[in-house]
Design a protein around this ligand. Structure first.
Ligand code: PLP
Length: 432
């Protein structure tokens, strides 16, 4: 029986008709399929496998913690030692001074938490109309109810019967700071709770911030008394060549959203770094309210122990500095791709991230399928862009292999037959 699973973001009739790729093991920057093919994991899965696959030290950390205590919850006055220890470590490495840390199970959970806390904060301060959350076109903030409502990728927000699954959200163009100010003016600053932004838009197409954009939107948020939330689910823990993009761009957000790279995917964990301005009203007096939020696995002890082991690897192997070293190599490798007439734009230059945006006549989905035949596993993003975000442990030569596979695929005979003038090739919308 292999047909029971309903896969996320999948067209199940195609999957059950055989359009399925099964991964069964991994080591370093490679994964292996059920039929024994070794593939170069050019995306680190869903941008998560930062330290690479198959690390025994993480398996051992998980096993040791499970033998001691799988987990214990952290609701109310109860806590476990692993959640406390990881929070202290994150406090010490946080790009926000003197933060508090709230743990959940993943990125979508963390977005829900940040959205609820944004609204709860203003309610507590008596600014009860400040409820609208603004996000960017092309944004991806996960697929829970708030993430769906904040989505800047239209197919992720449609089909639920209203314009926004959770009411009181708005979107602005991705790289236009003036548009944010204009939207806050239009809505009324007294109605806007927060602005959420990925420092580098990931799933929406690897869209780098325009020079000065992030600094300017931060200023606008301060001018209008709107919370600024940096979604670092992809960029956090080294992907940009800095531990956090918040440091790289010298930002001062009210909250930083974390997931993926916090454990490199070895256990599900997400969380928030929360600035004093936001946490103080919940901590500073006997009358402070309880933030009525959390999940059974907030501060899951095994996930936290795995996160510690992951951070140990990142630090002891200097992987963030290594990403910075590989950054120009990736740029150079992608130059050959950028010259191809089927490529509209290559978006790269920050850390181990690149997006190859293709002209509409050439399908990113088809190109990734051709690359797979040469052993390179890539992903098409919704705007006809190919995602490149390999594990940090990738060899420099393998970056050239990725670029080479794309360049060869763009000249593939099947593509020449199927593309050219006429309608754009079908491509499967796939994202996370
Ligand atoms: N935010 C961003 C920027 C993401 O890229 C993702 C996942 O890709 C999420 C939030 C949601 O994280 P998760 O899939 O762990 O719920």
């Amino acid at each position: 029986m292999t047909n029971a699973l309903w896969q996320p973001q999948a067209h199940m009739p195609s999957v059950l008709a055989g359009d399925r790729l099964m991964i069964v093991s991994g080591e370093g920057a490679n994964v292996t399929t059920d039929d024994g093919r070794v593939l170069l994991d050019a995306t680190a899965g869903l941008w998560h496998a930062n330290i690479g696959h198959g690390r025994p030290e993480l398996a051992e950390a998980a096993a040791a913690q499970m033998r001691t205590l799988e987990t214990y919850h952290t609701f109310g006055r109860i806590v476990n030692d692993q959640a406390l220890a990881l929070a202290d470590r994150l406090e010490a490495m946080s790009p926000i001074a003197n933060p508090k840390i709230f743990f959940v199970s993943g990125g979508s959970d963390a977005i829900d938490t940040a959205a609820k806390l944004s609204r709860r904060y203003w309610q507590h301060l008596g600014q009860t109309n400040k409820r609208i959350i603004i996000s960017r076109q092309s944004a991806y903030h996960g697929l829970h109810a708030f993430g769906t409502s904040l989505a800047g990728i239209s197919f992720n927000r449609e089909g639920y019967g209203s314009e926004s699954l959770i009411p009181e959200t708005a979107r602005v163009p991705a790289n236009d700071a003036d548009a944010l100010a204009a939207e806050i003016d239009r809505l009324g600053p007294d109605r806007v709770a927060a602005f959420f932004a990925e420092p580098i838009i990931g799933t929406g197409g690897v869209i780098l911030p325009a020079p000065g954009y992030l600094q300017r939107v931060e200023e606008i948020c301060h001018e209008y008394d709107v919370l600024f939330v940096a979604d670092e689910v992809i960029t956090g823990f080294g992907r940009t060549g800095a531990m956090f993009a918040t440091e790289l761009f010298d930002l001062h957000p009210d909250m930083v959203v974390m997931a993926k790279g916090i454990t490199s995917g070895y256990a599900p964990l997400g969380g928030l770094l929360i600035a004093p301005s936001v946490w103080e009203p919940f901590f500073d007096s006997p009358d402070s309210p309880i933030f009525r939020h959390g999940v059974t696995y907030s501060g899951h002890a095994t996930a936290c122990a795995v996160a510690q082991a992951n951070l140990d690897v990142i630090e002891s192997e200097n992987l963030v500095a290594h990403v910075k070293e590989l950054e120009p190599e990736l740029v150079r490798a992608m130059e050959q791709v950028a010259k191809h007439p089927s490529v509209a734009e290559v978006r790269t230059g920050i850390g181990l991230l690149a997006g190859v945006n293709l002209i509409p006549e050439v399908s990113a989905d088809l190109i990734t399928r051709v690359c797979l035949e040469s052993g390179v596993l890539l992903r098409p993003l919704p705007d006809n862009t190919i995602q490149i975000s390999p594990p940090f442990v990738i060899e420099p030569g393998a970056l050239w292999r990725i670029a080479g596979a794309i360049a060869v695929a763009l000249d593939h005979p099947e593509l020449q037959e199927r593309s050219g003038p006429g309608p754009a090739l079908d491509h499967v919308d796939d994202d996370a």
